[in-house]
Design a protein around this ligand. Structure first.
Ligand code: NAD
Length: 420
């Protein structure tokens, strides 16, 4: 989507305008509105890296804590060339709402570095991660702010953050990050938790629309952590995956695609493009293809005013954060598409991150089955609470989720009061 460059600048404004709408519906006081619009802490750092060439390079890094009233700040770290402060602020605000909507005791944060991780060697990536960690080290910690993986980062990056933080403290602090490798105190089920949560949300959405069958066609934009996990779980449940895209292109086969096989192809080639048993297309084409269910699982601002009219799905489940612009939202609503919003649909990742944090604090680890059952409980509870609020207040699922979340954060602010 490359009208998204200009849209991207206002991603924070879009997040604020949605927040304002919610706060107006809830009749919050003007002081509380001001408070919830303002991130609590913003760090902007220069990340100096010794490159393989022997020279140094400087990358811009951010960490934003939007709100900590319900608990320590929680949110991923993104490595991507388009990272900017507006984007990180918007994603931090979404994290505050996401943790509140699923009822886990965290506030919201997000971090990022302006870098294309694919262009760095493993050693440069490690150097960058350790230096970024050092630059934000006084703001993070298991009781302060707990990073996790997001676009362009993974369990290995979390291991480097944990190690750098632990070396600085002088003892091992696994609780400083979630999404760690299992060997370092990660949780079973964390890797695929966001995709699994997307699937649970979809199953609930089908159920409230009186659909029990899995005989439905699915298109998935993005084949990273979220998109590939969701694709594999849905395929195993019997859904037909007809299209998958990533940054390099779209693959389409109306007879169905085996995402496990695409995953193995992408492991070797780093992209879904070129997969032999499907037709190759431009990456934007994913939005015009026939399907019943569309799962955007790439980046924000992908479904916009220009491509929303062409969407043929009946259900959209937002694996990505903020993939639909407010203008496109109106179009999807007119088309009668049932949208499960990001703060609900992709909350599985932060939920299992919470489980990881709890297991780490207790030094007692659960089975994969236990993790998945507890995840399902939380995702279903949040879905049905949101659905009930949407029915009661006669609003869409996005507005209902946002109202539930803002109400919970506002309650926490009122109960704690303002210091001094
Ligand atoms: P990732 O880096 O693992 O994968 C991103 C995927 O999107 C890649 O396949 C990439 O090629 C693709 N992509 C990038 N730009 C694209 C474009 N313009 N068109 C099509 N595909 C494109 O990232 P991820 O962790 O899977 O995150 C994806 C989304 O889900 C992000 O919005 C992220 O904030 C959100 N999210 C992630 C988690 C998590 O646990 N990882 C949790 C909640 C939300």
């Amino acid at each position: 989507m490359n009208d998204s460059k200009s849209i991207k600048k206002s991603v924070w404004d879009m997040a604020l305008s949605r927040l304002d709408t919610t706060m107006d519906l809830l009749n919050l006081t003007s002081g509380l509105k001001k408070y919830l619009r303002e991130p609590r802490k913003i760090l902007e750092v220069a990340v100096t890296v010794k490159m393989d060439s022997g020279d140094i390079d400087i990358f811009k890094g951010y960490r934003v804590q939007h709100n900590t009233n319900r608990g320590p700040a929680k949110g991923g770290i993104r490595y991507h060339p388009d990272v900017n402060l507006d984007e990180i602020k918007a994603l931090a605000l979404l994290m505050t709402l996401k943790c509140a909507v699923v009822g886990i005791p965290f506030g919201g944060a997000k971090g990022g570095v302006v870098v294309d991780p694919r262009a760095l060697s493993a050693r440069e990536l490690e150097n960058l991660t350790r230096r970024y960690t050092f630059e934000i080290i006084n703001s993070i910690g298991p009781e302060r702010d707990i990073p996790a993986p997001d676009v362009g980062t993974n369990a290995q990056v979390m291991a480097w953050i944990m190690d750098t933080y632990s070396i600085d403290k002088g003892y091992s602090v696994p609780g400083v990050v979630t999404g760690k490798p299992i060997e370092l105190g990660g949780s079973l089920g964390r890797e695929e938790a966001t995709g699994r949560g997307v699937v649970y949300s979809l199953l609930s959405a089908l159920k409230v629309n009186n659909i029990e069958s899995t005989n439905y066609e699915v298109a998935i934009q993005g084949f990273g952590n979220v998109g590939s996990s969701a694709a594999k779980i849905l395929y195993d449940l019997g859904f037909k995956i007809v299209a998958i895209s990533d940054v390099e292109g779209t693959i389409y086969n109306p007879k169905g695609i085996d995402p496990h096989s695409v995953y193995n192809h992408a492991l070797k080639t780093k992209t879904v493009a070129g997969y032999k048993e499907a037709e190759g297309m431009a990456r934007e084409d994913i939005f015009g293809l026939p399907c019943d269910i569309l799962i955007p699982a790439a980046l924000e601002n992908q479904i916009v005013k220009s491509n929303a009219p062409g969407i043929r799905a009946r259900f959209i489940v937002e694996g990505a954060n903020a993939p639909v612009t407010p203008a496109a939202d109106g179009i999807l609503k007119e088309k009668g598409i049932f949208v499960v919003p990001d703060i609900l649909a992709n909350a599985g990742g932060v939920t299992v991150s919470y489980f990881e944090w709890v297991q780490g604090n207790d030094a007692y680890f659960w089975s994969r089955r236990e993790v998945n059952l507890k995840l399902r409980d939380i995702m279903e509870r949040a879905f049905y609470q949101t659905y009930a609020a949407a029915q009661e207040k006669k609003v869409d699922m996005r507005t209902a989720a946002s109202m539930l979340a803002v109400e919970r954060v506002a309650d926490a602010v009122r109960l704690r009061g303002i210091y001094p």
